[in-house]
Write a protein that binds this ligand. Sequence first.
Ligand SMILES: Nc1ncnc2c1ncn2[C@@H]1O[C@H](COP(=O)(O)OP(=O)(O)OP(=O)(O)O)[C@@H](O)[C@H]1O
Ligand SMILES: [Mg+2]
Length: 284
Amino acid sequence: MTVISIINLKGGVGKTQTTVALSEFLSYNYKKRVLVIDLDPQTNATVSLMDEMKWYEKDRRGETLFQLFNDKIYGMDTFNGERAVVKSVSNINGGIENLDLIPSSLRLIDLEDKLPLISNTGYYVKSPVTVLADSLSGIIKKYDFVIIDCPPNLGLITLSGIYISDYYIIPTIPDILSTYGIPQIISRIESFKKDAGIKINPLGILISMYRSGSRLHRNVIESLQSKAEKGEYPKLFKSYIPLSAKITEAADFNSGFNTIKQKYEGEIFNRYDELARELLEYVR
Ligand SMILES: Nc1ncnc2c1ncn2[C@@H]1O[C@H](COP(=O)(O)OP(=O)(O)OP(=O)(O)O)[C@@H](O)[C@H]1O
Ligand SMILES: [Mg+2]
């Protein structure tokens, strides 16, 4: 079992897109048992992998991550991890057999400010960052890969995902503003790693929304490469994900596809497939 967090402090750089596509390629093309954990209250990964009405019902019944964190704040024990798992998700072929999801909730936003209370409510004596580890360890060990979609911050919810992760991937658009925060991500995760005594390591930087005609993109990639060679940054994945309007259309759950090649056409299919194969070389 390998747990990978998809992280960037910057919003809109392709974290959710990477989470969903990588999970679909690993499960569909490489027959891996994959679990997606959606830690982002924006619920983008959740609603691109499952029907929104079904998610709404689950959220109402307390079968999303809202309930898990809410329980810990108010000293309750109602969240059932097994029941929260949605089996065989994705808009490919009515769902991919070995791809499961633990959904997020918009209501997590309301909890974020209260999370620091968790360790001194008297009900839960541990730090909030161990909440996922304590509740989901039995579930995640049944999978080959667990991919965690993180919100664009390193708050307590994100840290609870990092706490259970073996690796993290930083997706980035190769421009100045998107790559600006990379040193902060690396140093903050490194110091959390020391404090918490965990084992997480960077797996790589993934170029997303790449425009081959852009001089800026090529220059930024060159500079990322040279920092990677000096050991200042994690290595770059060899596969760059191109900018393509089709990606956004395919992410809509309501557009159904018969096969993965139909969802990810031509060039996009090849790039994601290369990414999945590269990842499988690093992590067996
Ligand atoms: N390669 C791509 N080409 C074109 N559009 C893309 C590509 N990758 C992602 N997008 C679109 O760009 C938007 C942002 O992508 P995504 O939601 O994956 O970013 P994010 O980093 O998860 O954002 P947030 O920080 O808000 O969670 C989405 O509308 C997505 O469909
Ligand atoms: Mg996202």
